[in-house]
Design a protein around this ligand. Sequence first.
Ligand SMILES: [Zn+2]
Ligand SMILES: [Zn+2]
Ligand SMILES: [Zn+2]
Length: 253
Amino acid sequence: MRVTFLGTGTSQGVPVIACPCDVCRNGTKKDHRLRSSVLIETDKTTMVIDAGPDFRYQMLRANVLHLDAVLITHSHKDHIAGLDDVRSFNYLQKRPMDIYASEFDQEEIKREFSYAFSDNPYPGVPSFNLINLDGEEITVHGEKVKILPALHLRMEVYGFRIGDFAYITDTNYLPGTTMAGLLDCKVIVLNALRKREHVSHYNLEKAVKVLEFLRPEKAYLTHVSHLMGFYDDIEKELPDFIHLAYDGLTLEL
Ligand SMILES: [Zn+2]
Ligand SMILES: [Zn+2]
Ligand SMILES: [Zn+2]
């Protein structure tokens, strides 16, 4: 299995439009972050987790030629805004795109992309096959995916575990069942927004605490804000097994 970080930034990305801060002005390649998403390629299937506003460019940048499914963590704009661009895969693969989302998130997707769900759709609109994230596990094109619910303040978000890889973003609370589901996982990706506390995201200190408790072989922090500081500085502060993710980072499992 190969995992590629397509984007590792928070909702505005880094640099932030018109921001005069040092990270936005003088950041190097690893400080430039598109909105958070990962590409997962196994011998059975190719899927992405989330399709935010940068989805089109992420598909081009990573040269993704085939995509079977999109797994949605939650329906905030920075995680679903790019779904319209599955059209290219619709044309090439001659089928609707399988979108795995909770019932709540499906309603949000229907509202956001209402033109795709019209009884008499305009030619060329994207075609979505919405599939429920029911129960503890789903099978995505032959690949077993465990569902790990978490909380994003009051909103339910969904993490996913495929084999020894787990990805959870936009959370500041992992319930006991999800913690238990991560205990023997070798690689965990978790969100860490910035150093200062935040109402709906783990900050750096809390994300590190959770990961030190779970103690996977490797952990990567994503959904990072420009307020976190420079990649090179944060890397030096982290425990050995924890790293800041960056766009383009690939993991082989
Ligand atoms: Zn987000
Ligand atoms: Zn900035
Ligand atoms: Zn969110």
